[in-house]
Design a protein around this ligand. Structure first.
Ligand SMILES: [Zn+2]
Length: 161
């Protein structure tokens, strides 16, 4: 069958950035499965997979707009060092949970520590990046009623509960 909305798609893939650095992967032995058409993967991947079938192999280059969005400078801010616990070494790459302006929780990353304070970045870590996927479609099947109700895949490559 061909990939369409409400199919369970099982993939092996390798994801690389523009520099060729591997960011993520899934193998045939430990695949990734998702319900197609539910925005559970980035738009560029969903678009490229629509109409494909098991056995298809794709090489994809996905621009930020179809991946995790552009990097927004508005989501980067400098926080005084004394707003963080004194006994913790604050280093680039550390992640914190913070409250956003609506009282929601968001994940922020330390981008840099300088004389002005701690530069934190609330953009998705892959925002602004062009992504390169090598994808193999391993399996395509109709989702079960239970999977559609839960919005995720059960079994291989999905949730176990
Ligand atoms: Zn479930």
């Amino acid at each position: 069958m061909r990939i369409a909305d409400d199919c369970v798609v099982t993939l092996a893939y390798t994801l690389r950035d523009d520099a060729g650095e591997e960011l993520d992967s899934a193998t045939a032995a430990d695949p990734f499965a998702f319900v197609h058409g539910r925005h559970s993967v980035i738009p560029g991947l969903e678009k490229a997979l629509t109409g494909r079938a098991a056995g298809d192999k794709l090489g994809l280059t996905i621009a930020p707009a179809d991946a995790y969005g552009e990097h927004s400078p508005a989501r980067v801010q400098v926080v005084p060092r004394d707003r963080f616990p004194a006994d913790i070494d604050i280093e680039p790459g550390m992640q914190f949970h913070a409250s956003d302006e609506h009282g929601g929780r968001m994940s922020v990353r330390v981008a840099e520590v300088n004389e002005d304070g701690v530069v934190i970045d609330a953009n998705h870590p892959l925002a602004g990046q062009t992504l390169h996927f090598a994808v193999e479609v391993l399996d395509v099947r109709a989702a079960t009623a239970e999977e559609l109700a839960h919005g995720h895949v059960h079994g291989a490559g999905g949730h176990h509960h």
